[in-house]
Write a protein that binds this ligand. Structure first.
Ligand code: IPM
Ligand code: MN
Length: 366
């Protein structure tokens, strides 16, 4: 029996609740497919701070290193908000994890089932069939990781600097991820930059253009300035198929995409690394796009779908189990649409169930 080994980092508030449901779904799916799951839990975020004095404890890193992928919950919350920004669970856990495993490619499906159109803040006539796009964000470069400083000038005034840096190789490897993603979909890619102002964007656009001309001439590549892309996403999201962009533009656009796709409770994400795991697939971190939802934590009512769909992405990208991933995705879709089983965030008049009942229904549909 093939063994799949991953680290489980549930995090804080609803993190552990939805993680438990995702692991149940994953367990059923794997058993049916003749796979054995081997996973180890580790503290991260606020749980890391409380139990080990650090958002990303060394012991957690070790467990991640021994695994082939990380299934991540979500971190942060009011309990740790008074800490200095650098020690906050989100930043002090996620950024070092991204660096430690070279997780350079963040892939976020922007999927809204047409049955859930009402969850979107967009007018339904703009999205008659829901939304189906993908946002790909460069995750280990740019202004997030360039040189930073805060200094005091001679006149006593303070000045802070962040630097946006990109190398050709960093741009090419994310362009490749966008191309591969587009090839499996509509063969259409829109690269987003600010080439009318930024040098990094001039290089980005030139590199992307040359890369596609050389390696993917059959794909339809277009370019768009980021301010326009933000408007176009809100106006007509389905004009895009695969959107891809640098780290900070992607941070903002992927959240915009998440909100127009309705509930954060349905949004999954994959962050893929440069390193290959024991399966010859990218080492990756898989997490829901939403947060820890402290307001509903402990009540058993959080939507577990985003965590379950993130587990499906893990099977697809880090373990090469595409068919099994598709099966889980189909089960989630059927549960929510055909069966109309809904947690509170996506109820719209339908009866509301809790996290566990939602996962049970998905398992029944597997
Ligand atoms: C995200 C988050 C992180 C980011 C923060 C918490 C550092 O907003 O994953 O998008 O900005 O990348
Ligand atoms: Mn963000």
């Amino acid at each position: 029996m093939e063994v799949i080994k991953f680290a489980v980092l549930p995090g804080d508030y609803i993190g552990p609740e939805v993680m438990a449901e995702a692991l149940r779904v994953l367990g059923h799916a794997a058993t049916a497919a003749g796979l054995k799951l081997e996973y180890q839990h580790a503290d991260v975020g606020g749980a890391g701070i409380d139990n080990h004095g650090k958002a990303l404890p060394d012991s957690t890193l070790e467990i991640c290193r021994a695994a082939d992928a990380i299934l991540f919950g979500s971190v942060g919350g009011p309990k740790w908000e008074k800490l200095p920004p650098k020690e906050q669970p989100e930043r002090a856990a996620l950024l070092p994890l991204r660096k430690a495993f070279n997780l350079f490619a963040n892939i976020r499906p922007g999927l809204l089932y047409s049955d859930l159109r009402d969850a979107s803040p967009l007018k339904t006539e703009r999205i008659p069939n829901g939304i189906d796009i993908v946002c790909i964000r460069e995750l280990t470069g740019g202004i997030y990781f360039g040189a930073k400083s805060t200094i005091t000038l001679e006149n006593g005034e303070q000045q802070a600097t962040d630097t946006m840096v990109y190398k050709t190789s960093e741009i090419e490897r994310i362009a490749e991820v966008a191309a591969v993603t587009a090839r499996a979909r509509g063969k259409k890619v829109c690269s987003v930059d600010k080439a009318n102002v930024l040098e990094t964007s001039v290089l980005w656009r030139r590199t992307v253009t040359a890369y596609f001309a050389k390696h993917h001439p059959d794909l339809a590549l277009s370019h768009m300035y980021v301010d326009n892309a933000a408007m176009q996403l809100a106006r007509d999201p389905n004009q895009f198929d695969v959107l891809f962009t640098e780290n900070m533009f992607g941070d903002i656009l992927s959240d915009e995409m998440a909100v127009i796709c309705g509930s954060l409770g349905m949004m999954s994400s994959a962050s893929l690394g440069t390193d290959k795991n024991r399966f010859g697939k990218p080492y990756g971190l898989f997490e829901p796009a939403g947060g820890t939802a402290p307001d509903i934590a402990g009540k058993g009512i959080a939507n577990p779908c985003a965590q379950i769909l993130s587990a499906a992405l893990m099977l697809r990208y880090s373990f090469g189990q595409d068919a099994l991933a598709t099966k889980i995705e189909a089960a989630v879709r059927k549960t929510v649409t055909v069966d109309g089983i809904r947690t509170g965030d996506i109820a719209f008049g339908k009866p509301v169930v809790g996290s566990k009942a939602m996962a049970d229904a998905i398992i029944a549909n597997l």
